[in-house]
Design a protein. Structure first.
Length: 285
């Protein structure tokens, strides 16, 4: 496995594979890898001959007062996990390589509409930062396929829109959420939870599943369901940002005649913001 920090070395490695007729998958990450990330690499290996994983804690997607400085950074451990998983190349650019001038002064990519909804309403500028860095990674690696987790469902939708709107010839593959035994979606931010918060945290997924069951039983007043489950989260001890029932394809607000649905929630436990979703179309989550 190669580990590279510089863009020319990355391009050289990918060009050599291309010259040999090999396909390439990209798995973008911010490091501090867990089983959810390793599942992305596992799926990527099925989809292409070569797998590039990137590790970059992207300052442009963190707002003022968010956890950019505290975000866990474990590069040596990440490299070992990626090696064991059969990754071909890890791209770990220093910040100055991705942003030679401050990100606020650089060109950016904005996916309108979708970026302002749900998490975007609570984290202004977040999806602009995500779309911009993923666009840069797409240009640097030029993969055939790029793999992202479905836990970040809105992020996946933003990236799909960006790739389609900007004509990237890249298949964007979503991978089902990997969960702890008690249902909590795996996330690097779970490490912020105190033991008491950690024991409450699985109630987020439980509440989403409860809403999904209510819909399956025929409860179709989605606004009433949203309000009720928002309150349920509060009663568990969360400070919910939102609990929302959307169309799974485009994340438009769902009405009762829509059948392909995703229920999404974001909620705080102490200093930790958790997100999760349940997709009623596939029942995968
Ligand atoms: O999901 C993440 O880890 C990040 O948002 C991503 C896609 C790597 C962009 O920085």
């Amino acid at each position: 496995m190669q580990t590279v920090e510089a863009i020319p070395a990355l391009r050289e490695a990918v060009a050599a594979w291309r010259a040999a007729g090999e396909s390439v998958a990209l798995v973008p990450t911010m490091g501090n890898l867990h089983q959810g990330h390793l599942r992305l690499v596992f799926e990527a290996k099925k989809l292409a001959k070569r797998v590039v994983a990137s590790i970059f804690v992207n300052p442009a997607q963190f707002g003022a007062g968010e956890d950019f400085a505290a975000y866990p950074r474990t590069p040596a451990h990440d490299i070992e996990l990626l090696r064991a998983q059969g990754t071909d190349l890890v791209f770990m650019p220093p910040s100055g390589v991705m942003y030679p001038i401050p990100p606020q002064a650089m060109s950016f990519v904005e996916v309108p509409g979708l970026s302002k909804e749900l998490c975007g309403a609570f984290r202004p500028g977040h999806f602009r930062g995500v779309a911009t860095v993923v666009c840069k990674l797409f240009n640097l690696v030029r993969p055939d396929v790029a793999v992202f987790g479905e836990k970040d469902y809105q992020q996946l939708a933003v990236i799909r829109r960006m790739a389609a709107d900007l004509d990237f010839p890249i298949h964007v593959q979503g991978v089902p959420t990997v969960r702890e035994a008690d249902g909590l979606a795996m996330s690097s931010r779970n490490a912020y939870l105190t033991p008491a918060e950690r024991s409450l945290a699985p109630n987020l997924y439980r509440t989403l599943c409860d809403a999904a069951s209510a819909i399956r039983r025929g409860e179709l007043d989605f606004r009433a369901l949203e309000e009720r489950h928002f309150r349920i989260l509060r009663n568990y001890g969360f400070r919910p940002d939102y609990f929302s029932i959307r169309r799974s394809g485009d994340l438009e607000v769902a009405e009762k005649d829509h059948t392909s649905l995703v229920i999404l929630a974001a909620a705080w436990l102490g200093k930790t913001r958790l997100i999760d979703n349940v997709n009623l179309e596939t029942g995968k989550n």
